[in-house]
Design a protein around this ligand. Structure first.
Ligand code: NAP
Ligand code: GLV
Length: 314
């Protein structure tokens, strides 16, 4: 099989791993092997952030392996061929990183670290904070997929009561995690969540879901953690909610424009913590292993691990 490879940011290591692991297949490097010889014979592609003309000549393409968990960028690609199977990463070492990120944000909120940092900047010895390690902080997780469920389990192990919300009914991995699903259950899910973590895919149904109405469904002073996608968030609604105190702060990893523009108001906001889309990074070995397994499964005529449903957008 001829497999075209383009992963933005790869210094050649990832491509080299694929070549070593799958010597029976021919890998073509988009960066160094253009113009493509016999592009019509290319039947598979491995991509992260492919350029606009990537798919132009690939008339024989049958499968695309996304080197990512989220496929919103790929599904919006103007040249994406129809009727090609898209397979994405599932966990691949990201769930553990995401659990650490969510725990960090939850502790930041629970232990009022934002307040304490502000006092520190004023050289003020402020001991009268309300938080304690035993205060119960209920955490809500939007999304109960590969990442959401792992994050839920890890937070639950740390003693936090956890609510999880998904599109369809899901089994709870742990008695202490309460599951909710569907639009009708959203307000019941939100009520009482002092920390809200967004781990939804970006789809038509979830774009802008982090908005004023949703914030008003949370208890006053709730804290937002968004490692989902930037376009889940209505940025001005976040600024207003921080202004009124409806939200006490936010930890944001993803933005509608990345890199976050230099003049963006989030940079200097005292109640917003910013990380540059690093909450959970694709780990090379795990990601290569998963894609190799998927290609071998397809070679045998078996189903790959995680096929994207184009209709639902994830
Ligand atoms: P996943 O396994 O596909 O899980 C998605 C979850 O969201 C599922 O539980 C799904 O419900 C739920 N969902 C989807 N649409 C919904 C809707 N309209 N209403 C309610 N629930 C809905 O995805 P994942 O692998 O956990 O990844 C989640 C997202 O994390 C990715 O799409 C990506 O955007 C983001 N991500 C960010 C980083 C980072 O570093 N910042 C890294 C990796 C991933 P069902 O269970 O009913 O299907
Ligand atoms: C990273 O954001 C991913 O979707 O894998």
């Amino acid at each position: 099989m001829n497999i075209l490879f383009y992963c933005q940011g790869d210094d050649g290591q990832v491509l080299q791993s694929f070549r070593q692991r799958l010597p029976q297949h021919r890998f073509i490097d988009w960066n160094s092997e253009r113009p493509l010889a016999e592009p019509e014979l290319i039947t598979a592609a491995i991509v992260w952030m492919p350029p606009e003309d990537f798919f132009d000549q690939l008339v024989g393409l049958k499968q695309i392996h996304a080197f990512s968990a989220g496929v919103d960028h790929l599904l919006q690609h103007p040249g994406l061929p129809e009727d090609v199977t898209i397979i994405r990463l599932q966990d691949a070492g990201m769930a553990q990183q995401m659990a650490e990120y969510a725990l960090y944000g939850t502790l930041h909120s629970q232990r009022q670290m934002g307040q304490l940092r502000k006092s520190q900047r004023r050289r003020h010895w402020q001991r009268e904070v309300k938080a304690s390690a035993t205060a119960v902080t209920q955490v809500g997780i939007l999304g109960a997929g590969a990442l959401g469920l792992h994050v839920a389990s890890r937070l639950s192990l740390n003693g936090y009561p956890v609510h999880c919300w998904s599109r369809s009914a899901r089994q709870s991995p742990d008695d202490r995690i309460r599951m909710f699903h569907g639009q009708d259950a959203l307000s019941e899910f939100l009520a009482g969540c002092q920390v809200l973590v967004c781990l939804l895919p970006l789809t038509d149904a979830t774009r802008g879901i982090l908005n004023q109405q949703l914030f008003e469904g949370l208890p006053q002073g709730a804290f937002l953690i968004n490692p989902g996608r930037g376009n889940h968030l209505v940025e001005n609604d976040l600024l207003s909610a921080l202004e009124t105190g409806q939200l006490s702060g936010a930890l944001l990893d993803v933005f509608s424009t990345e890199p976050l523009p230099e003049n963006h108001p989030f940079w200097d906001h005292p109640d917003i913590l910013i990380t540059p889309h690093v909450a959970a990074q694709s780990l090379e070995d795990e990601s290569v292993n998963q894609i190799v397994d998927d290609i071998e499964a397809i070679d045998r005529g078996d189903a790959p691990s995680c096929v994207v449903c184009r209709q639902s957008g994830y």
